[in-house]
Design a protein around this ligand. Structure first.
Ligand SMILES: Cc1ncc(COP(=O)(O)O)c(C=O)c1O
Length: 433
């Protein structure tokens, strides 16, 4: 058994000063308690009790090159010495925007922020301004940050609490949301074009935007059905609303040009964040000129003192440079497919009802007897306690996975490490009930 004594003591101490002992709600979910980490290098992370883990959480996705990538660190240090923040225009951000224009199909104009939540917020604001309409259409189980109008239908305690598929109940994720935020959106199950068509027949003149994760990564790891994203594109065109891809997870990970390049469907607006700067805080709202023009003209306000600071921009430039130079995305797909195949074979050999899904650079493992998983409601079939036991047993054996069963792959992972993770999973499958 690994010792977690120092982590336990520090978590108790943290609870006396940090609300709930953490700095983000998502950091509470670790069994038997959140661990305290002291260093990370490449594919490895070490906690304060000197337990080393092969890290498939990658800090919830950003560390696409692994922890403390030397070239990124070098560029960040160099940029920091030139001044951390001018809060004014500098060459680096122009170069970064130009690079994004070249890589991302919808990126005609760009603005930088620090977090995905802020950039999502800006996208919805500008969509309302261009269309003059009030509402956006969103999908159950998708996550677009923690601001008021999107802190809804992120999860659900049960299928019953969600209401009928055709008319889902709006499920708040938090107390304290303004009553009016309920009127800002319509929610539907994902991956069902007929439902979207019907919603537009009923409310089309009121809908400013469709916002979607192009791959549903925040509940399971579910790809769009063939034709689904294209279908959303057609509906948005017919009704004159914005199609927004929230590429906070998929951006730079599934493909250098995001899911919009991977699936060949160009949205009007898109949000990039996590993997863009290998762990430094930067996000971007990018979009076609028509949809970004109100921000360019200043009639839609977008701001932020800390936006596009020198080190964060340098981190993004360095990260994208390495991603391009080393063809990292191909490697992530290859390693991810190896992990998927290995986990599936190990589950089959040991008689486990594991469902392993995802395009490769991100992979989800859950346990259920039915393998038809296309939308959030289907993920409620997963045996969550069994999934948590799997994650805990893997952690005990030195493999760190996100609590809900999601694994991210980085360029620092090796084939031998993937094979090791599969071998450990096979041992866990043998004892997992
Ligand atoms: C798809 C998606 N959108 C938006 C966000 C919010 O980004 P941030 O945590 O940087 O505010 C996240 C965060 O996990 C996300 O996964």
């Amino acid at each position: 058994m690994k010792s977690h004594e120092r982590s336990k003591a520090l978590f108790e101490r943290a609870k006396l000063s940090l609300a709930g002992g953490v700095s983000s709600e998502f950091r509470k979910f670790n069994s038997p308690h959140p661990f305290v980490y002291s260093r990370g290098l490449g594919s490895r992370i070490v906690d304060v009790d000197e337990n080393e883990y092969l890290d498939f959480t990658l800090s919830q996705g950003p560390l696409i090159l692994g922890h403390s990538h030397p070239y990124v660190l070098e560029q960040v240090e160099k940029a920091s010495r030139e001044g951390q923040l001018y809060a004014a225009l500098h060459l680096g951000e122009i170069e970064l925007a130009e690079k994004m224009q070249r890589l991302i199909p919808c990126a005609e104009l760009i603005r930088f922020n620090l977090s995905g939540s802020e950039a999502d917020h800006a996208a919805l604001r500008v969509a309302r301004a261009v269309t003059g309409r009030r509402k956006f259409l969103r999908f159950e189980g998708h996550y677009h940050g923690w601001f008021d109008n999107v802190a809804w239908n992120v999860g659900s305690p049960s299928l019953e609490a969600m209401g009928a598929r055709e008319a889902p109940i709006q499920v708040p994720w938090s107390q304290g949301l303004p009553a009016g935020s309920r009127d800002e959106f319509i929610v539907l199950p994902w991956n069902d074009l007929d439902l979207v068509e019907r919603a537009f027949v009923a409310h089309g003149r009121d809908i400013a935007a469709i916002i979607t994760e192009p791959i549903m990564c925040n509940a399971g790891c579910i790809e769009p059905r063939p034709g689904y994203l294209k279908g959303l594109r057609d509906i948005a065109d017919r009704y004159g609303c914005a199609l927004i891809f929230d590429e906070v997870i998929t951006g730079f990970r599934i493909h250098l040009g995001g899911a919009q390049t991977y699936y060949g469907v160009t949205p009007d607006l898109a949000i990039f964040a996590k993997a863009m700067a290998n762990g430094y805080p930067i996000s971007a709202i990018v979009g076609k000129r028509k949809w970004m023009q109100p921000i360019a003209d200043g009639v839609v306000v977008h701001a932020g003192t800390m936006n596009a600071g020198n080190p964060t921009v340098a981190a993004a430039l360095a990260t994208i440079e390495v991603l391009e130079r080393d063809h990292v995305n191909e490697r992530l797909h290859r390693l991810g497919q190896r992990l998927i195949a290995g986990l599936r074979a190990a589950a089959h050999e040991t008689g486990q009802n594991a469902i392993v899904m995802g395009p490769g650079p991100m992979v989800h493992i859950g346990f259920a007897n039915e393998s038809d998983v296309h939308e959030f409601r289907d993920t409620l079939k997963y045996d969550k306690p069994k999934g948590s036991r799997f994650v805990s047993e893997m952690q005990e054996r030195g493999i760190r996975i996100i609590g809900r069963g999601l694994c991210y792959i980085s360029a620092a992972h090796t084939e031998a490490e993937i094979d090791h993770a599969v071998a450990v999973a096979r041992e866990v499958f043998k004892i997992l009930t």
